[in-house]
Design a protein around this ligand. Sequence first.
Ligand SMILES: Cc1cc2nc3c(=O)[nH]c(=O)nc-3n(C[C@H](O)[C@H](O)[C@H](O)COP(=O)(O)O)c2cc1C
Length: 196
Amino acid sequence: MTTNTILRIDTSARRANSVSRTLTDAIVARFPEASVTTRDLAAAPLPHINEGFVTVTKGSAQDTLSDTQRDMIALSDALIEELRAADTIVIGLPVYNFAVPSGLKAWIDLVARAGETFRYSEAGPEGLLKGKRAIIAMASGGTEAGSEIDFATPYLRHVLGFIGITDIELVKADRLAFDPEGTMKAAQEQVATLAA
Ligand SMILES: Cc1cc2nc3c(=O)[nH]c(=O)nc-3n(C[C@H](O)[C@H](O)[C@H](O)COP(=O)(O)O)c2cc1C
């Protein structure tokens, strides 16, 4: 799969010395020719979805919507458009309390939309974002990637798959508390092996 357009999503609350941001930097640098759109969910936090948003359906007439509903749908549309426009999604994933940062969950809640990024068919749910590649840069202090207390990476893999993104690579800098240098070196080596 070629990488021409990248959507980079940074989610660490840290701006300086963030491991996941260091890795998303390195991953994006692997594709010097690609155009990059960045969503920094710490610099510009997204709102949590609200009652107005969840009660809008695809058939809701525009003139029945409140201003708040229209704003939320417009934001969701813009985020989904960014996803559609990208062939590769690079996501920084610091593990926060064994799960994904709440800012990333807010993004997920805004982009996982029936009729837009998934739909229900006779055969069950079907993801509508096809032919995309995702690269996750995971960082954790003590939680081992893929262990039974890692609810972050399996969840993110699952929800990306739910919206149709099934080509997922993981760059992991997990258990940084134990061997930060060795872990970072291994993670940078994983970045170097990503298919250009
Ligand atoms: C609020 C918070 C919660 C955290 N929870 C966990 C955790 O559950 N498991 C873990 O291994 N590390 C945890 N950590 C450590 C971070 O995952 C680790 O510092 C990682 O490097 C953060 O990514 P960043 O360097 O990109 O900010 C937590 C850190 C913060 C700030």
